[in-house]
Design a protein around this ligand. Sequence first.
Ligand code: DON
Length: 303
Amino acid sequence: MPFQSILEDIVQTLRPELGQEGRVADYIPALARVPAEQFGMALRTCDGQEAQAGDSATPFSIQSISKVFALAMGMRAMGEDLWQRIGREPSGNPFNSLVQLEAEQGTPRNPFINAGAIAVTDRLVSRGDAKAGMLELVSGLCGETVYFDEEVAASEAATGFRNIALGNFMKSFGKIDNGVATVLDAYFHHCAVRMSCLQLARATSFLSRDGLNPFNGEQMLTERQTRRINALMLTCGTYDAAGEFAFRIGLPCKSGVGGGIVAVVPDQLSLCVWSPALDATGNSLLGMKALELFTARTGLSVF
Ligand code: DON
């Protein structure tokens, strides 16, 4: 069955479940207002075919999916040095947890929990304009100009006490070089990038193509660096649900509390699903079901 029919079929199958379970992220006021009953999917294959269904062109807040792009920027700019202050182990804890940081002297477990992404952002701030750098990178990766949702960034800055605590806590261990407010301003903006499923499927295409950007032919990262991002997505990309994702879906995935999830089938395709209602771990409920149906119907898996 062609991918287009598979996506249409999944959207049709799951649409009746819209609005039945889960809750939109209400700890960020601007996200609490997003209507829950939206659902889209899009994919891009390594040879440039695209398929999309449902609300695949509606822009949403990419939130923690930005952590993949921040990590890519960090790896590109710093290579191995990036790992001096950031680990590579799953945390088994919620994405905004503080508990391990004290025992581990301010070194975050991995770059996909909030503390890890804040530490990566600190390194990016030291190297130049981390906010403009993110827009430039992501726009280049999807072949279209993308923007920040300033309302979401401001909403998070006004209520992001946990992230402010994480930044200050790492700073107290000497693990943040720049002013915490500057680092968090960049981090909140990264989370507030607005993109659609189709734009995200395009922007993550380099992860299915050993680091090659399909839109300008640039080798964004080396093959080895790209495989490492995929490995971290598989083990850490969905926080304390990473085991369940590997078990049910079997692909590297990265989620965000805006309801988006990107998934990668190395050497084949990149995929994005979006539906704003989340489960208790902060992952899109219908998004996870959609990915499970997709891998069941296509037989695609890294295992
Ligand atoms: O920092 C936060 O809490 C949000 N801006 C991002 C969290 C997030 O997306 C976690 N994802 N599932």
